[in-house]
Design a protein around this ligand. Structure first.
Ligand SMILES: Nc1nc2c(ncn2[C@@H]2O[C@H](COP(=O)(O)OP(=O)(O)OP(=O)(O)O)[C@@H](O)[C@H]2O)c(=O)[nH]1
Ligand SMILES: [Mg+2]
Length: 344
């Protein structure tokens, strides 16, 4: 990153909406704004909105502009925000005008990177911002916000200072054994270290939950052809995401989607029915399905209740033997043929 370069980017999603926001960060932000706008930047007060005409190559736009003075901005640098009418063309036109007048297009995450490098934000806070932006559920937003507001850092700092304290007590005892200092007993120090270790353990235990809250739970649907896997996917999603027919081998490729239940995102994957396939396309689909087993948190094994358990089902059951599995017995509206050999 070149520190003297003034960067710019469209900060709102590309698409149609009421407004779009174009941001600039760097020493030249105000000077570049002056080149394309009728606002008198010398008279601008910080954090105040000004209605201004922005000149671009193909059109003029009435936009609101705000100036944040370094170091009191998100990145810690001089920053300008331009709030223009929404839509792809207007925001892109303004971005082009900024680049033509000396700004450089920001790389992905560069605003947060500058915030970190300028000491405005610790790495865990920057990660919190990114997690909040990418969140698929309310719980993930909360977890991201906890990172952003420094809750993790606070807990780590507490443990760190307890350990530093122990280290100091030990060093005093070793370096000045003959001085008249009141030493902590070995037992006291041992207890403090044990408490710190327990806190670290407790924190580590939350990482699995944290990953699930942040990324969602990976749910994989497996079963033999025609068992009703895609029907289950569609039922869980509440709309017809995958093609369902009575032809065995309908689903060939992986079909993925996400739904949110009780504030947690579930990333659900439907797969090709597992069987000995001669068709190359179907075979690749089956290989992909088998690959997905590794990264799945939960596997829904769909069994056709109207048919006896056969070799294909057995193969699937052996594929998932070390995983968290929920068995879904489908087609219970039809006469039951599922054999009693299946007793899990
Ligand atoms: N009677 C009955 N039919 C069902 C049920 N669930 C699904 N089906 C039917 O079973 C057939 C196969 O369903 P799919 O959901 O396509 O099955 P699949 O496991 O995805 O099949 P492949 O993609 O070929 O592996 C379709 O005709 C569905 O309408 C059920 O509970 N009862
Ligand atoms: Mg299917």
């Amino acid at each position: 990153m070149e520190k003297n370069v003034t960067i710019c980017a469209i900060s709102t999603p590309i698409g149609n909406g009421g407004i779009s926001v174009v941001r600039m960060s760097g020493n030249e932000s105000k000077a570049i704004l002056q080149k394309i706008s009728n606002v008198c930047t010398d008279k601008m007060e910080v954090r105040k909105m000004y209605l201004s005409t922005i000149r671009t190559k193909n059109f003029n736009e009435q936009a609101l502009v705000v100036w944040f003075k370094a170091p009191h901005s998100y990145t810690g640098e001089d920053m300008v925000e331009i709030q223009c009418h929404g839509g792809i063309v207007i925001a892109n036109g303004i971005l082009d005008a900024l680049v033509e007048n000396g700004a450089t297009l920001a790389e992905a995450g560069e605003f947060s990177k500058r915030a970190f490098l300028n000491g405005k934000m610790s790495l865990d806070r920057a990660e919190g911002v990114i997690d909040m932006i990418n969140a698929q559920s309310a719980e993930a937003v909360k977890a991201g916000y906890n990172l952003l507001s420094g809750k993790l850092k606070e807990r780590v700092s507490q443990i760190q200072s307890k350990l530093t304290d122990c280290q100091a007590k030990l060093e005093v005892a070793l370096d000045y054994p003959e001085e008249d200092i009141e030493y902590s007993t070995t037992q006291e120090i041992k207890q403090e270290i044990e408490t710190a270790l327990k806190s670290i353990d407790d924190l580590l235990k939350t990482t699995a939950t944290g990953r699930i809250v942040k990324n969602g739970i990976n749910v994989l649907i497996l079963g033999k052809p025609n068992a009703g896997k895609s029907s289950l996917l569609n039922a869980l999603l509440g709309y017809n995401r995958a093609i369902v027919t009575d032809i065995a081998g309908t689903t060939r490729d992986i079909v993925e989607d996400t739904f949110v239940y009780k504030n947690i995102a579930f990333n659900i994957t439907d797969t090709a029915g597992i069987r000995e396939a001669n068709n190359i396309v179907e075979r690749i689909g089956i290989e992909k399905a088998e690959e997905c087993v590794k990264s799945a948190d939960i596997i829904l094994v769909v069994l056709d209740g109207s048919k006896p358990i056969d070799e294909q089902d057995e193969k699937i059951l052996s594929l998932v033997k070390d995983k968290v599995v929920l068995y879904v017995v489908n087609k219970i509206d039809l006469p039951k043929k599922m054999t009693s050999t299946f007793d899990r």
